[in-house]
Design a binder for this molecule. Structure first.
Ligand code: 6PG
Length: 470
Protein backbone atom coordinates (compact mmCIF):
# COMPACT_ATOMS: atom_id res chain seq x y z
CA UNK A 1 0.00 0.00 0.00
CA UNK A 2 1.39 3.41 -0.97
CA UNK A 3 1.17 5.05 2.44
CA UNK A 4 4.73 6.22 3.05
CA UNK A 5 5.00 10.01 3.35
CA UNK A 6 8.46 10.01 1.90
CA UNK A 7 11.23 7.79 0.54
CA UNK A 8 14.88 7.83 1.46
CA UNK A 9 17.77 6.31 -0.49
CA UNK A 10 21.18 5.80 1.10
CA UNK A 11 21.42 4.43 4.62
CA UNK A 12 24.92 5.56 5.49
CA UNK A 13 25.23 7.34 8.84
CA UNK A 14 23.53 10.57 7.77
CA UNK A 15 20.77 8.85 5.78
CA UNK A 16 20.02 6.40 8.56
CA UNK A 17 19.85 9.18 11.15
CA UNK A 18 17.57 11.33 8.99
CA UNK A 19 15.24 8.37 8.39
CA UNK A 20 15.03 7.67 12.14
CA UNK A 21 14.39 11.36 12.82
CA UNK A 22 11.53 11.41 10.28
CA UNK A 23 10.09 8.18 11.67
CA UNK A 24 10.24 9.55 15.20
CA UNK A 25 8.30 12.64 14.14
CA UNK A 26 5.50 10.37 12.95
CA UNK A 27 6.28 10.20 9.24
CA UNK A 28 6.22 6.90 7.42
CA UNK A 29 9.47 6.48 5.53
CA UNK A 30 10.18 3.97 2.76
CA UNK A 31 13.92 3.25 2.85
CA UNK A 32 16.26 1.71 0.31
CA UNK A 33 19.98 1.03 0.24
CA UNK A 34 21.90 -0.43 -2.70
CA UNK A 35 23.08 -3.26 -0.47
CA UNK A 36 19.84 -4.89 0.62
CA UNK A 37 21.19 -6.32 3.87
CA UNK A 38 21.92 -2.78 5.07
CA UNK A 39 18.25 -1.88 4.63
CA UNK A 40 17.06 -4.94 6.51
CA UNK A 41 19.57 -4.49 9.33
CA UNK A 42 18.65 -0.84 9.64
CA UNK A 43 14.92 -1.41 9.94
CA UNK A 44 15.51 -4.48 12.11
CA UNK A 45 17.56 -2.38 14.54
CA UNK A 46 15.18 0.59 14.62
CA UNK A 47 13.22 -0.63 17.67
CA UNK A 48 9.90 1.15 18.15
CA UNK A 49 10.54 3.33 15.14
CA UNK A 50 10.51 0.32 12.80
CA UNK A 51 6.71 0.59 12.56
CA UNK A 52 7.20 3.85 10.63
CA UNK A 53 9.89 2.41 8.36
CA UNK A 54 9.27 0.35 5.24
CA UNK A 55 12.26 -1.64 4.02
CA UNK A 56 12.36 -1.79 0.22
CA UNK A 57 14.50 -4.19 -1.78
CA UNK A 58 14.20 -2.42 -5.09
CA UNK A 59 13.60 1.08 -6.41
CA UNK A 60 10.33 -0.17 -7.86
CA UNK A 61 9.22 -1.27 -4.39
CA UNK A 62 10.32 2.06 -2.97
CA UNK A 63 8.31 4.02 -5.54
CA UNK A 64 5.28 1.81 -4.98
CA UNK A 65 5.42 2.40 -1.23
CA UNK A 66 5.23 6.22 -1.35
CA UNK A 67 2.05 8.24 -1.69
CA UNK A 68 1.86 10.56 -4.69
CA UNK A 69 3.17 13.06 -5.53
CA UNK A 70 6.21 11.18 -4.31
CA UNK A 71 9.17 12.77 -2.62
CA UNK A 72 12.39 10.77 -2.36
CA UNK A 73 15.35 12.03 -0.37
CA UNK A 74 18.80 11.05 -1.65
CA UNK A 75 21.53 10.64 0.91
CA UNK A 76 24.23 9.36 -1.41
CA UNK A 77 27.74 10.76 -2.00
CA UNK A 78 27.73 14.10 -3.83
CA UNK A 79 28.61 14.03 -7.52
CA UNK A 80 28.06 11.28 -10.06
CA UNK A 81 26.23 9.01 -7.63
CA UNK A 82 23.41 11.55 -7.38
CA UNK A 83 22.98 11.62 -11.16
CA UNK A 84 23.17 7.82 -11.42
CA UNK A 85 20.67 7.11 -8.65
CA UNK A 86 18.34 9.86 -9.90
CA UNK A 87 18.33 8.36 -13.41
CA UNK A 88 17.59 4.87 -12.09
CA UNK A 89 14.90 6.12 -9.76
CA UNK A 90 13.21 8.33 -12.38
CA UNK A 91 12.12 5.20 -14.25
CA UNK A 92 9.74 4.43 -11.41
CA UNK A 93 8.52 7.95 -10.76
CA UNK A 94 5.61 9.82 -12.30
CA UNK A 95 5.16 13.38 -13.47
CA UNK A 96 5.24 15.76 -10.54
CA UNK A 97 7.18 13.44 -8.25
CA UNK A 98 10.24 14.89 -6.65
CA UNK A 99 13.84 13.97 -5.94
CA UNK A 100 15.39 15.76 -2.97
CA UNK A 101 19.19 15.74 -2.85
CA UNK A 102 20.15 16.16 0.79
CA UNK A 103 23.88 15.65 0.34
CA UNK A 104 26.60 18.30 0.25
CA UNK A 105 26.22 18.92 -3.50
CA UNK A 106 28.00 21.61 -5.41
CA UNK A 107 25.23 24.13 -6.12
CA UNK A 108 26.23 24.22 -9.78
CA UNK A 109 25.34 20.52 -10.05
CA UNK A 110 22.01 21.24 -8.36
CA UNK A 111 21.39 24.15 -10.76
CA UNK A 112 22.08 21.82 -13.68
CA UNK A 113 19.81 19.08 -12.33
CA UNK A 114 17.11 21.68 -11.71
CA UNK A 115 17.44 22.96 -15.29
CA UNK A 116 17.46 19.47 -16.78
CA UNK A 117 14.51 18.30 -14.70
CA UNK A 118 11.58 17.62 -16.92
CA UNK A 119 8.74 15.58 -15.46
CA UNK A 120 10.43 15.03 -12.10
CA UNK A 121 10.97 18.00 -9.79
CA UNK A 122 14.38 18.48 -8.21
CA UNK A 123 15.17 19.96 -4.83
CA UNK A 124 18.56 20.48 -3.23
CA UNK A 125 18.65 20.81 0.52
CA UNK A 126 21.65 21.61 2.65
CA UNK A 127 21.57 19.66 5.90
CA UNK A 128 23.94 20.62 8.68
CA UNK A 129 24.63 19.20 12.09
CA UNK A 130 26.49 15.97 11.53
CA UNK A 131 25.08 12.61 12.59
CA UNK A 132 23.71 13.90 15.87
CA UNK A 133 21.95 16.76 14.12
CA UNK A 134 20.49 14.48 11.45
CA UNK A 135 19.09 12.24 14.17
CA UNK A 136 17.74 14.86 16.59
CA UNK A 137 17.45 18.12 14.67
CA UNK A 138 19.60 19.48 11.86
CA UNK A 139 19.52 22.94 10.30
CA UNK A 140 18.03 22.72 6.82
CA UNK A 141 18.55 25.09 3.90
CA UNK A 142 16.15 24.21 1.10
CA UNK A 143 16.38 25.13 -2.56
CA UNK A 144 14.08 24.34 -5.47
CA UNK A 145 10.64 25.25 -6.74
CA UNK A 146 8.39 26.89 -4.12
CA UNK A 147 5.77 24.11 -4.62
CA UNK A 148 8.43 21.52 -3.91
CA UNK A 149 9.24 23.32 -0.67
CA UNK A 150 5.55 23.33 0.26
CA UNK A 151 5.42 19.54 -0.24
CA UNK A 152 8.52 19.01 1.90
CA UNK A 153 7.96 21.76 4.48
CA UNK A 154 5.89 19.77 7.01
CA UNK A 155 8.48 16.99 7.13
CA UNK A 156 11.57 19.21 7.07
CA UNK A 157 10.30 21.60 9.72
CA UNK A 158 9.27 18.66 11.91
CA UNK A 159 12.72 17.06 11.83
CA UNK A 160 14.70 20.31 12.05
CA UNK A 161 16.31 21.74 15.16
CA UNK A 162 14.26 24.36 16.99
CA UNK A 163 15.42 27.71 18.33
CA UNK A 164 12.89 29.12 20.80
CA UNK A 165 10.37 26.77 19.24
CA UNK A 166 11.05 28.05 15.71
CA UNK A 167 12.20 25.37 13.22
CA UNK A 168 15.67 25.85 11.78
CA UNK A 169 14.53 24.90 8.29
CA UNK A 170 13.59 27.37 5.61
CA UNK A 171 13.29 27.97 1.92
CA UNK A 172 16.35 29.74 0.54
CA UNK A 173 15.39 30.13 -3.11
CA UNK A 174 15.21 28.34 -6.44
CA UNK A 175 17.51 25.71 -7.95
CA UNK A 176 20.82 25.39 -6.09
CA UNK A 177 20.18 28.20 -3.59
CA UNK A 178 19.93 25.78 -0.65
CA UNK A 179 23.18 24.03 -1.49
CA UNK A 180 24.87 27.39 -2.08
CA UNK A 181 23.87 28.62 1.37
CA UNK A 182 25.08 25.31 2.85
CA UNK A 183 28.46 25.75 1.13
CA UNK A 184 28.82 29.24 2.60
CA UNK A 185 27.83 27.79 5.96
CA UNK A 186 30.66 25.31 5.57
CA UNK A 187 33.09 28.02 4.47
CA UNK A 188 32.25 29.94 7.65
CA UNK A 189 32.59 26.65 9.54
CA UNK A 190 36.14 26.28 8.19
CA UNK A 191 36.96 29.87 9.19
CA UNK A 192 35.45 29.57 12.66
CA UNK A 193 37.37 26.34 13.22
CA UNK A 194 40.61 27.90 11.98
CA UNK A 195 40.49 30.97 14.22
CA UNK A 196 39.74 28.68 17.16
CA UNK A 197 42.72 26.50 16.14
CA UNK A 198 44.89 29.62 15.98
CA UNK A 199 43.78 30.63 19.48
CA UNK A 200 44.62 27.09 20.60
CA UNK A 201 48.07 27.41 19.00
CA UNK A 202 48.73 30.75 20.70
CA UNK A 203 47.83 29.25 24.07
CA UNK A 204 49.82 26.06 23.45
CA UNK A 205 52.95 27.50 21.85
CA UNK A 206 52.80 31.13 22.99
CA UNK A 207 51.56 30.78 26.56
CA UNK A 208 52.91 27.27 27.22
CA UNK A 209 49.52 25.88 28.30
CA UNK A 210 48.69 22.20 28.21
CA UNK A 211 45.59 20.79 26.57
CA UNK A 212 43.59 20.54 29.80
CA UNK A 213 44.26 24.16 30.71
CA UNK A 214 43.31 25.22 27.19
CA UNK A 215 40.11 23.18 27.48
CA UNK A 216 39.21 25.05 30.65
CA UNK A 217 39.69 28.36 28.84
CA UNK A 218 37.45 27.29 25.96
CA UNK A 219 34.90 26.17 28.50
CA UNK A 220 34.97 29.60 30.13
CA UNK A 221 34.70 31.33 26.75
CA UNK A 222 31.67 29.18 26.02
CA UNK A 223 29.87 31.03 28.84
CA UNK A 224 30.48 34.42 27.17
CA UNK A 225 30.00 36.13 23.80
CA UNK A 226 31.75 33.25 21.98
CA UNK A 227 29.20 30.69 23.22
CA UNK A 228 28.82 28.27 20.34
CA UNK A 229 28.89 24.62 19.42
CA UNK A 230 32.42 24.86 18.00
CA UNK A 231 33.83 26.44 21.17
CA UNK A 232 31.92 23.88 23.26
CA UNK A 233 33.40 20.92 21.37
CA UNK A 234 36.84 22.53 21.36
CA UNK A 235 36.68 22.52 25.16
CA UNK A 236 35.60 18.90 25.15
CA UNK A 237 38.28 17.65 22.76
CA UNK A 238 40.97 19.61 24.61
CA UNK A 239 40.28 17.90 27.95
CA UNK A 240 39.86 14.39 26.53
CA UNK A 241 42.54 11.75 27.05
CA UNK A 242 43.58 9.07 24.60
CA UNK A 243 42.26 5.81 26.08
CA UNK A 244 45.26 3.93 24.65
CA UNK A 245 48.13 6.05 25.93
CA UNK A 246 46.49 8.15 28.63
CA UNK A 247 47.98 11.24 27.00
CA UNK A 248 45.94 14.25 25.95
CA UNK A 249 44.02 13.18 22.86
CA UNK A 250 44.88 16.43 21.06
CA UNK A 251 48.58 15.70 21.47
CA UNK A 252 48.15 12.35 19.72
CA UNK A 253 46.07 13.55 16.75
CA UNK A 254 48.14 14.21 13.61
CA UNK A 255 48.19 17.87 12.58
CA UNK A 256 47.01 17.41 8.99
CA UNK A 257 43.44 18.60 8.33
CA UNK A 258 41.24 16.90 5.78
CA UNK A 259 38.45 18.43 3.74
CA UNK A 260 35.70 17.21 1.49
CA UNK A 261 35.62 20.37 -0.57
CA UNK A 262 32.75 22.61 0.50
CA UNK A 263 35.07 25.25 1.97
CA UNK A 264 37.07 25.24 -1.24
CA UNK A 265 33.86 25.64 -3.29
CA UNK A 266 32.93 28.65 -1.19
CA UNK A 267 36.26 30.30 -1.93
CA UNK A 268 35.98 29.52 -5.66
CA UNK A 269 32.45 30.93 -5.82
CA UNK A 270 33.53 33.96 -3.83
CA UNK A 271 36.10 34.72 -6.53
CA UNK A 272 33.41 34.48 -9.21
CA UNK A 273 31.29 36.91 -7.22
CA UNK A 274 34.21 39.25 -6.39
CA UNK A 275 33.26 38.77 -2.75
CA UNK A 276 36.16 39.16 -0.32
CA UNK A 277 35.88 36.24 2.09
CA UNK A 278 39.46 36.53 3.25
CA UNK A 279 39.02 34.67 6.54
CA UNK A 280 37.51 31.66 4.75
CA UNK A 281 40.26 31.84 2.11
CA UNK A 282 42.89 31.82 4.86
CA UNK A 283 41.16 28.88 6.55
CA UNK A 284 41.07 26.78 3.38
CA UNK A 285 44.71 27.63 2.66
CA UNK A 286 45.63 26.77 6.25
CA UNK A 287 44.10 23.30 5.84
CA UNK A 288 46.12 22.87 2.66
CA UNK A 289 49.25 24.07 4.45
CA UNK A 290 48.60 21.69 7.32
CA UNK A 291 48.39 18.79 4.88
CA UNK A 292 51.93 19.51 3.62
CA UNK A 293 53.58 18.08 6.71
CA UNK A 294 56.71 16.86 4.92
CA UNK A 295 57.39 20.31 3.56
CA UNK A 296 56.69 21.84 6.97
CA UNK A 297 59.15 19.45 8.55
CA UNK A 298 61.78 20.40 5.97
CA UNK A 299 60.98 24.06 6.58
CA UNK A 300 61.54 23.63 10.30
CA UNK A 301 64.92 21.98 9.63
CA UNK A 302 65.98 24.91 7.42
CA UNK A 303 64.47 27.90 9.23
CA UNK A 304 63.86 26.63 12.75
CA UNK A 305 60.35 26.24 14.11
CA UNK A 306 60.71 28.12 17.34
CA UNK A 307 58.24 30.80 18.29
CA UNK A 308 58.74 33.18 21.20
CA UNK A 309 56.35 33.43 24.16
CA UNK A 310 53.27 35.47 23.36
CA UNK A 311 52.86 38.84 24.98
CA UNK A 312 49.08 38.71 25.29
CA UNK A 313 46.49 37.78 27.89
CA UNK A 314 43.75 35.18 27.61
CA UNK A 315 41.19 37.98 27.65
CA UNK A 316 42.89 39.59 24.69
CA UNK A 317 42.85 36.29 22.78
CA UNK A 318 39.15 35.91 23.53
CA UNK A 319 38.49 39.44 22.31
CA UNK A 320 40.55 38.78 19.18
CA UNK A 321 38.34 35.77 18.46
CA UNK A 322 35.18 37.81 18.99
CA UNK A 323 36.35 40.43 16.51
CA UNK A 324 37.64 37.83 14.02
CA UNK A 325 34.38 35.96 14.15
CA UNK A 326 32.23 39.03 13.46
CA UNK A 327 34.48 40.05 10.55
CA UNK A 328 34.31 36.53 9.11
CA UNK A 329 30.50 36.34 9.34
CA UNK A 330 30.19 39.82 7.90
CA UNK A 331 32.17 38.61 4.87
CA UNK A 332 30.05 35.46 4.60
CA UNK A 333 26.75 37.35 4.63
CA UNK A 334 28.16 39.85 2.13
CA UNK A 335 28.98 36.93 -0.15
CA UNK A 336 25.41 35.67 0.21
CA UNK A 337 24.08 39.14 -0.60
CA UNK A 338 26.18 39.26 -3.76
CA UNK A 339 25.10 35.76 -4.79
CA UNK A 340 21.48 36.69 -4.24
CA UNK A 341 21.82 39.66 -6.60
CA UNK A 342 23.92 37.77 -9.16
CA UNK A 343 21.62 34.75 -9.37
CA UNK A 344 18.39 36.68 -8.76
CA UNK A 345 17.54 34.56 -5.75
CA UNK A 346 16.22 36.90 -3.04
CA UNK A 347 18.10 34.99 -0.36
CA UNK A 348 16.51 35.69 3.05
CA UNK A 349 19.63 36.87 4.90
CA UNK A 350 17.97 37.33 8.33
CA UNK A 351 16.24 33.97 7.77
CA UNK A 352 19.56 32.31 7.02
CA UNK A 353 20.99 33.60 10.29
CA UNK A 354 17.86 32.28 12.01
CA UNK A 355 18.23 28.84 10.43
CA UNK A 356 21.86 28.74 11.60
CA UNK A 357 20.96 29.54 15.24
CA UNK A 358 20.47 25.87 16.12
CA UNK A 359 21.18 22.42 14.76
CA UNK A 360 24.09 23.30 12.49
CA UNK A 361 27.81 23.18 13.15
CA UNK A 362 28.23 26.97 13.35
CA UNK A 363 25.28 27.46 15.70
CA UNK A 364 25.86 30.13 18.27
CA UNK A 365 24.13 32.76 20.35
CA UNK A 366 25.73 35.44 18.23
CA UNK A 367 23.71 34.27 15.23
CA UNK A 368 20.56 35.42 17.02
CA UNK A 369 22.01 38.94 17.22
CA UNK A 370 23.06 38.62 13.59
CA UNK A 371 19.54 37.72 12.48
CA UNK A 372 18.25 40.77 14.34
CA UNK A 373 20.88 43.06 12.77
CA UNK A 374 20.21 41.68 9.27
CA UNK A 375 16.48 42.04 9.90
CA UNK A 376 16.95 45.77 10.57
CA UNK A 377 18.79 46.24 7.28
CA UNK A 378 19.97 43.31 5.19
CA UNK A 379 21.69 45.54 2.60
CA UNK A 380 24.27 46.85 5.01
CA UNK A 381 27.50 45.05 5.95
CA UNK A 382 26.85 43.10 9.10
CA UNK A 383 29.84 44.73 10.77
CA UNK A 384 28.29 48.15 10.07
CA UNK A 385 25.20 47.33 12.12
CA UNK A 386 25.51 49.51 15.25
CA UNK A 387 25.32 46.46 17.55
CA UNK A 388 28.27 44.75 15.86
CA UNK A 389 30.17 47.96 15.10
CA UNK A 390 30.18 48.65 18.85
CA UNK A 391 31.48 45.15 19.60
CA UNK A 392 34.18 45.56 16.97
CA UNK A 393 35.20 48.93 18.37
CA UNK A 394 35.60 47.28 21.77
CA UNK A 395 37.53 44.23 20.50
CA UNK A 396 39.61 45.07 17.41
CA UNK A 397 42.39 46.52 19.54
CA UNK A 398 42.85 43.03 20.98
CA UNK A 399 42.66 41.48 17.51
CA UNK A 400 45.44 43.86 16.48
CA UNK A 401 47.49 43.21 19.62
CA UNK A 402 47.19 39.42 19.50
CA UNK A 403 47.79 39.22 15.75
CA UNK A 404 50.71 41.66 15.76
CA UNK A 405 52.40 40.14 18.80
CA UNK A 406 51.67 36.63 17.53
CA UNK A 407 53.28 37.39 14.19
CA UNK A 408 56.21 39.20 15.81
CA UNK A 409 56.82 36.17 18.03
CA UNK A 410 56.71 33.77 15.07
CA UNK A 411 53.26 32.17 15.44
CA UNK A 412 51.17 31.32 12.40
CA UNK A 413 47.84 33.16 12.65
CA UNK A 414 46.76 33.51 9.01
CA UNK A 415 43.01 33.69 9.59
CA UNK A 416 43.21 36.24 12.40
CA UNK A 417 45.61 38.25 10.25
CA UNK A 418 43.20 38.00 7.31
CA UNK A 419 40.38 39.29 9.48
CA UNK A 420 42.48 42.21 10.68
CA UNK A 421 43.75 42.99 7.17
CA UNK A 422 40.19 43.11 5.86
CA UNK A 423 39.02 45.23 8.78
CA UNK A 424 41.80 47.76 8.23
CA UNK A 425 41.23 47.85 4.48
CA UNK A 426 37.50 48.33 4.96
CA UNK A 427 37.87 51.32 7.27
CA UNK A 428 39.92 53.35 4.80
CA UNK A 429 37.99 55.62 2.45
CA UNK A 430 41.20 56.00 0.44
CA UNK A 431 42.84 52.70 -0.43
CA UNK A 432 46.13 52.15 -2.24
CA UNK A 433 44.56 50.80 -5.43
CA UNK A 434 45.28 54.11 -7.20
CA UNK A 435 48.79 52.65 -7.53
CA UNK A 436 47.34 49.45 -9.08
CA UNK A 437 45.29 51.50 -11.50
CA UNK A 438 48.32 53.57 -12.46
CA UNK A 439 50.38 50.43 -13.04
CA UNK A 440 47.61 48.85 -15.13
CA UNK A 441 47.38 51.99 -17.20
CA UNK A 442 51.16 52.18 -17.56
CA UNK A 443 51.68 48.69 -18.91
CA UNK A 444 48.34 48.06 -20.57
CA UNK A 445 46.68 51.44 -21.16
CA UNK A 446 43.71 50.12 -19.17
CA UNK A 447 42.57 53.58 -18.15
CA UNK A 448 41.45 54.88 -14.78
CA UNK A 449 38.91 57.13 -13.10
CA UNK A 450 40.01 60.44 -11.57
CA UNK A 451 39.22 61.77 -8.12
CA UNK A 452 38.64 65.30 -9.42
CA UNK A 453 36.10 64.71 -12.21
CA UNK A 454 33.55 62.23 -13.48
CA UNK A 455 34.17 59.78 -16.26
CA UNK A 456 36.27 56.75 -17.06
CA UNK A 457 39.14 55.82 -19.38
CA UNK A 458 41.58 58.53 -18.32
CA UNK A 459 45.28 57.90 -18.90
CA UNK A 460 48.49 59.06 -17.29
CA UNK A 461 51.27 60.98 -19.05
CA UNK A 462 52.99 57.64 -19.76
CA UNK A 463 50.40 56.86 -22.43
CA UNK A 464 51.19 58.68 -25.67
CA UNK A 465 48.30 60.86 -26.82
CA UNK A 466 46.29 59.16 -29.55
CA UNK A 467 42.89 59.82 -31.05
CA UNK A 468 40.31 58.60 -28.56
CA UNK A 469 42.64 58.80 -25.54
CA UNK A 470 41.82 61.41 -22.92
C1 6PG B 1 27.74 20.08 8.64
C2 6PG B 1 29.13 19.78 8.24
C3 6PG B 1 29.16 18.58 7.37
C4 6PG B 1 30.54 18.02 7.16
C5 6PG B 1 31.31 18.86 6.19
C6 6PG B 1 32.68 19.17 6.60
O1 6PG B 1 27.32 21.20 8.39
O2 6PG B 1 27.10 19.22 9.21
O3 6PG B 1 29.68 20.86 7.56
O4 6PG B 1 28.51 18.92 6.18
O5 6PG B 1 31.17 17.82 8.34
O6 6PG B 1 31.26 18.15 5.01
O7 6PG B 1 33.53 18.43 5.89
P1 6PG B 1 35.03 18.75 5.57
O8 6PG B 1 35.63 19.42 6.76
O9 6PG B 1 35.57 17.37 5.39
O10 6PG B 1 35.06 19.54 4.33
Amino acid sequence: MADADIGLIGLGTMGAMLALNMAEKGHRVAVYNRTGSVTKDFVGGAGDLASNLIACDTLAELAAAIRTPRAVVLMVPAGNAVDAVSADLAEYLEDGDMIVDAGNANFRDTNRRFEEADRIKVMGIGVSGGAEGARHGPAIMAGGAPEAWERMKPILTAIAAKYDGQPCADYMGPAGAGHFVKAVHNGIEYADMQIIAEAYGLMRDGLGMDAKAIGAVFDKWNQGPLASYLIEISAKVAVADDPETGKAMLDIIADRAGQKGTGRWTVIEAQHLAAPVTVIEAAVAARNTSAQSDLRTTGEAIFGGRAEPLDATLDQIEQALIAGKIICYSQGFEMLRRASAEFDWSLPLPGIAEVWRAGCIIRSEMLNDMSRALGEDSDRLLMHAPFFADILKANTQSLRHVTAHGIAAGHAVPALAAALGYFDAMRKARSTANMIQAQRDFFGEHGFERTDRDGTGFHGPWVPPRPGNS
